[in-house]
Design a protein. Sequence first.
Length: 557
Amino acid sequence: MLLLGTCASLIILGACSGGDKPPVPEISVEAASLNLSGADAKALERHFQITTRRGSEADTLSVLESFDLSDVKEGRMIEGSTVTYTDWRAQDGDSEITAETVTLRGVYETEDGPSFDAIEMSDIRLIEYLDYHENADSNADRDIITEGTIETLVLVGPSPELAANIVAALQGEDTVDTPDPMTALDTNLDFRGLRLEGLKATVSEDGPSGTISLGQLVFGQDAEDETLDMIIDTVAFDTTPSDDAPQSIKLRMDGLTALGVRVDSSSGIGTGGALGALSFLSPGAEPPYREVDFGKMTLEMAAFDLDVEGFEAKSETDGDRLTLQSVFSPMELRIKDATGTPLAPFMDVMRNNGLAEITMKGSQTSVFDRKADRVSVTDSKFEIDGGLRMDCNYALDGLQAAADALEASGVTPPTNTNFETEADIDAFLTQMSAYQAAVSEANGNIEIAGLDCSLQDVPDNSLVTRTYAVASEVTGRPVAVLKGSAKTMIALSSLTAQSNFQRDLMDTLGSGLIEFLDEPGQTMRILIEPETPVAITTLTGPDASLEPLGLSVDVQK
């Protein structure tokens, strides 16, 4: 312990720092746009194609009776299996729904109840009244607390459960469940396609009040390949200050396009250990998406404003190689003058110490080589406010072999979490133990091939310096004292190590971090250069050694 304390003191005082070294090049985080453009609704048209279902008027009336719609005859027209209502109106309790037209296409019976191929609605109006009185003659004098309008709503391929919910909602009744566009493909509220256009809503309550508008939402799911597509276009959201919510919020978003997003549970290989954390990276896995394009967004709040330039990501497959690219365009957070609020002192400290405007940006390229069973992450770059930059590259082998080994074991995680008896709990723990053992065995296939990461505190714009200045003003302690405290904690962190490997790893990384924090404008480079890839399972246990990794940490200006 005395030796450790002496060594820590020497490190803190700078006695262990290296000699003069040549300057390191500045890390560049600039990344070219992927040139993606938001798709229009035509890209999702296949999710809305249906085949006209044959049916007689008698069959259709039978289905309507199952829906409890047989008595709703006003404005109704039946043509084969299609039912159209004009001037639809329903009221229940304190709510009301109206629509110019409601069309149910392809109504039919299933073993699970009645359903339809599609529902189309136009000029929808939803109203919630305050202090509804059952004996009142008219709604004209009642206060409206929520009002929403939708120009067009189309939903295709609902499950019988969802169809029943929709019909109940149309009649002003409480639904059993609330449909969610992001519902998993295998749930009972499944559907194939949803298109919503021209939504506007106003909330006028005593508490939070405001308006929301949405130009377009198009959503489609493919049951066969278990992917989804989505387009969101032009979103605006505003809240009005009130006694309960004194701060206003204003949101504007150009839109989001997400195509070919994989949602199947089989793309992962369970949970547990490194394998569970990295399973989605398996070279044999299907691409997690085809492309994602998030447009510009602005958010205005009392404490800050946020501007997001956008985010792009795409995947490309070439034989056995899958490449994922992503570009995170600059995001800017602007700290406001919060005078008169509890946040004012802290916000002023940030504003006065070079953190009035904080930007972030980054990019990454990942290559999945199925033939070599290797995952390589290259040019993983990130920047905070032009003052701290990171550039990281690494490679892992054997993830697919690990996935195959786990599958071959036949062991799966427990699924029953309904613990009614002690036997249920015992069965769960037994299955979980077996699964964790199988995962641990499979982890033996995963190897670290190499790593090269650099963290640069940019000279003349040091984020480390600005952070220390903020901390000093908030705590009232000198920067030198804060630095000493931070470096002491890092130096003594290895005392918590539970193995020689952990201690050596923490000492090596800690020494570099202490030197990195000692003065502004430095770059810390972490290298792992093993002679041959190192299995991660060899890095655990009492005999684990840091030496096979070829780990080195270098800090210089």
